[in-house]
Design a protein around this ligand. Structure first.
Ligand code: GH3
Ligand code: MG
Ligand code: MG
Ligand code: MG
Length: 316
């Protein structure tokens, strides 16, 4: 385990640290509650051993602050064991009330300390498995199963947050809506399974174009999502008008260049998509207006012959 050992008495923490090291744990030392909070952030310990009486900030106050830090992180909880000169019933009750999980005497016999640390290591292992499972769940809940892009639910959540931030800062914001051309005919001609493969390839082309744009720093936080069916959206916070136009045109070209055979798609003979874009120089008002504008531009791209991008004015 990674153990954060907090004690102002250096002699005591040196002895305790040596014993914990001997049991195979990694130990980080802090000499008071204030330092403990900083080290807690840096070191992300599996366990905190916390003295109670310390200068600058005592152990109860430090525990309170650590619990407050954890409260804003989903599922975050680190066991905190108070260290005391006397492990009386009264001290134990106070320690638990203060947000601790146990109380042990500093002069605990070595085998007892070893056994307690073993039990804590089991808890730490369980916690790690649980965090990994939670991360996986979160990933699954935000991912579109077919294409691997963000799903609609995640896109909505993330876009709302990015829009609110852009409004607060007066940043620019752009939305691209992308719709595959004559995709019903693709399904009718090649079958739905081939249709699914086509969706995957096109999603991956869109994702790659967005990734390149972010890597080249033409955009920073742009992301692509499956909006629904054969429609995709790209959300681009903080973008210049030229970079937005470049990304939009790159996406249309990248899809065309996938060269996925589509006999029933007009003159091209390969799968293509139409794109509608809307951009504002300063985010303000409701986001739905920007989506509606991008949608109108998408209709225009279809009307004007497909396999093209139609972008609204920056002042829209
Ligand atoms: P347009 O160029 O005007 O966009 O024509 P379109 O045929 O692409 O548009 P339409 O909305 O008529 O058809 C969309 C098709 O996309 C119909 C639907 O079966 C197909 N589609 C939607 N989701 C999926 C999917 O997950 N897999 C497959 N294979 N097809 C899908
Ligand atoms: Mg002390
Ligand atoms: Mg459609
Ligand atoms: Mg379509």
């Amino acid at each position: 385990m990674k153990i954060l050992l907090v004690d102002d008495a250096r002699a005591i923490s040196a002895v305790m640290a040596a014993r914990l090291n001997a049991f195979g744990h990694e130990v980080c030392l802090a000499e008071n509650g204030q330092v403990a909070i900083d080290k807690f952030r840096e070191f992300s310990p599996d366990l905190v051993l916390m003295d109670i009486e310390m200068p600058v900030m005592n152990g109860f106050e430090a525990t309170n602050r650590i619990r407050a830090l954890e409260a804003i992180q989903m599922g975050a909880w680190t066991p905190i064991i108070f260290l005391t000169g006397s492990d009386t019933t009264e001290n134990l009750v106070t320690a638990i009330e203060a947000g601790g999980d146990d109380l042990i005497a500093k002069n605990l016999p070595e085998p007892v300390l070893h056994a307690k640390m073993k039990a804590m290591a089991r808890v730490a292992a369980l916690r790690q498995n649980l965090s990994a499972a939670n991360r996986k769940l979160e990933e699954l809940a935000s991912c579109d199963g077919l294409t691997g892009l963000c799903n609609r639910r995640y896109m909505d959540l993330k876009t709302d947050a990015l829009w609110a931030e852009a409004c607060r800062r007066g940043d620019s914001f752009a939305i691209l809506m992308i719709d595959i051309d004559n995709f019903k005919k693709y399904n009718d001609h090649y079958g739905h399974l081939a249709g699914d493969d086509c969706l995957r390839s096109i999603a991956s082309a869109i994702g790659a174009a967005v990734g390149q744009s972010n890597d080249a720093q033409a955009t920073a936080l742009a992301f692509a999502a499956r909006y629904g069916g054969e429609e995709f959206a790209v959300v681009i916070p903080g973008v210049s008008r030229p970079a937005y136009a470049v990304l939009a045109n790159n996406i249309v070209a990248a899809i065309h260049q996938c060269a996925l055979p589509h006999e029933k798609n007009a003159a091209w003979g390969v799968a293509t998509a139409s794109l509608g874009g809307a951009c504002v120089e300063r985010a303000d008002g409701v986001l739905a207006t920007l989506f509606r504008k991008a949608d109108q531009q998408l209709y225009l791209a279809k009307e004007n012959g497909r396999n093209r991008a139609e972008l609204s004015d920056a002042a829209a």
